[in-house]
Design a protein around this ligand. Structure first.
Ligand SMILES: Nc1ncnc2c1ncn2[C@@H]1O[C@H](COP(=O)(O)OP(=O)(O)O)[C@@H](O)[C@H]1O
Ligand SMILES: [Mg+2]
Length: 390
């Protein structure tokens, strides 16, 4: 498989190492709030992207997901709050620090943001020519490696206008990879792609994570991607972060907004223009009760297996770290999420962590105790010294 060949374990300046192994950076966001003039976009967003894990941010159109990504890299200035990466708060740091910290990020913008008059080679080489003093022969090696990793070997002479949407996304991703990012942000990487291309892209993101262990945040509307790709899921709605936590929590949640979104249903709090009033909700409920079928398929609920790296690639280190992290907070999670997490462990792991199906029965809690209110978030514990966990 072509993508396997491009595995990089090379060290480069600015890439943090722990025990000599490259690892993505942790991103700690606290109380982040953004408005444009009088228009509040979202407030008090707090979440932690654990190092090397893949997270997805869901949310209806216009809830400020793109604004959130741009705020994380300092392209937009939040009103208050902090976003700390490697000890630097990008909200309050100097221009110089911001410029330096931004190099830790690889960003795939919503439209790919390729230069239309440059071929793919020059597009992908651009950040290297802009931000490094590398020689053209070194640049060539890196560009060809990233094009191969993203399945674009041989397409370097093509102009963005000559290739499919899926290829443009992958070229944007190749460009996001050239500076060896610790954090990769993808804004709706699946938009405009057919389901098959989206499945390939999902696989590519997981394979990349296995190869470079970068922290990844994906903004998407794609339910299938959200259910199968990330370790953690969050959701923005009504100007707030409704929830953010391990995938098992969101996938088994009975929070109405989360359930409606993950099922792509009309019935629920989310309406045509984001929110709906109670009269509209009652009308739709009455129609449904009277047998009107709203086109949605059967409810999808529960924890489905997570996408694995392509055979032959290394294991995802984030998955291993996450097990330790999630097992520490297991007792704080709703029973359905606990069950999903315990089920995902091998018998050996269950033994090592000292859990099995009876752990749940013993906890004796009721699901309703854990219903998250609109402002509750499932907090991820901050593991700052993850390198010490085997
Ligand atoms: N630079 C900007 N200036 C003013 N308003 C903006 C700017 N960027 C985005 N917005 C507004 O912020 C809101 C959220 O936008 P966006 O983040 O693009 O939503 P999403 O990505 O979730 O669909 C929208 O109402 C949009 O008009
Ligand atoms: Mg957007």
């Amino acid at each position: 498989m072509a993508m396997v060949a491009g595995v990089t374990t090379r060290q480069s300046p600015g890439r943090s190492t722990r025990r000599g192994v490259l690892m993505g950076a942790e991103v700690v966001i606290e109380g982040l709030t953004k408005s444009f003039g009088k228009q509040a976009i979202w407030r008090d967003v707090s979440l932690t992207l654990p190092p090397g894990e893949v997270s997805v941010m869901l949310g209806p159109s216009g809830t400020g997901k793109s604004v959130f990504l741009k705020s994380m890299i300092g392209l937009l200035k939040p009103d208050r709050g902090s976003c700390v990466i490697n000890g630097v708060d990008i909200v309050t740091c100097s221009e110089h620090r911001l410029y330096e910290t931004r190099k830790l990020f690889g960003v795939l913008f919503q439209d790919g943001a390729l230069f239309g008059s440059m071929n793919l080679y020059d597009n992908v080489a651009f950040p290297l020519r802009e931000h490094t003093k590398k020689s053209e022969s070194e640049i060539k090696r890196i560009v060809l490696e990233k094009l191969e990793m993203t399945g674009l070997a041989g397409a370097e002479k093509k102009l963005p206008g000559e290739i499919s949407g899926g290829m443009r996304k992958r070229a944007g991703l190749a460009r996001a990879l050239v500076l060896d990012p610790e954090i990769i942000l993808c804004d709706e990487p699946d938009s405009g792609l057919d389901p098959v291309r989206t499945a390939y892209l999902s696989q590519l993101l997981i394979d990349l994570n296995a190869q470079i262990d970068a922290t990844i945040l994906i903004v998407t509307h794609n339910i299938n991607l959200a259910r199968t790709v990330p370790d953690n899921i969050g959701m923005l709605f009504r100007k707030e972060l409704v929830m953010f936590g391990p995938r098992e929590v969101l996938l088994t949640s009975d929070e109405p907004v989360v359930e409606q979104f993950l099922n792509g249903r009309r019935l629920g709090p989310i309406g045509m223009s984001e929110e709906k009033d109670s009269a509209q909700m009652a009308r739709e409920q009455a129609q449904a009760d009277a047998g009107h079928h709203d086109g949605s398929t059967e409810d999808v609920r529960g924890v489905v297996p997570q996408l694995q790296p392509t055979p032959g690639l290394p294991e995802r280190k984030g998955v291993r770290r996450r097990k330790d992290r999630v097992m520490k907070i297991l007792h704080t999670l709703p029973p359905a999420a606990q069950e999903g997490i315990i089920d995902s462990l091998t018998p050996e792991e269950q033994h090592r962590y000292g859990v099995d199906a009876s752990t749940l029965a013993a906890s004796g809690r009721h699901h309703s105790d854990f219903r998250a209110g609109p402002t509750d978030t499932v907090e991820l514990p901050v593991i700052r010294n993850s390198g010490s966990i085997s």
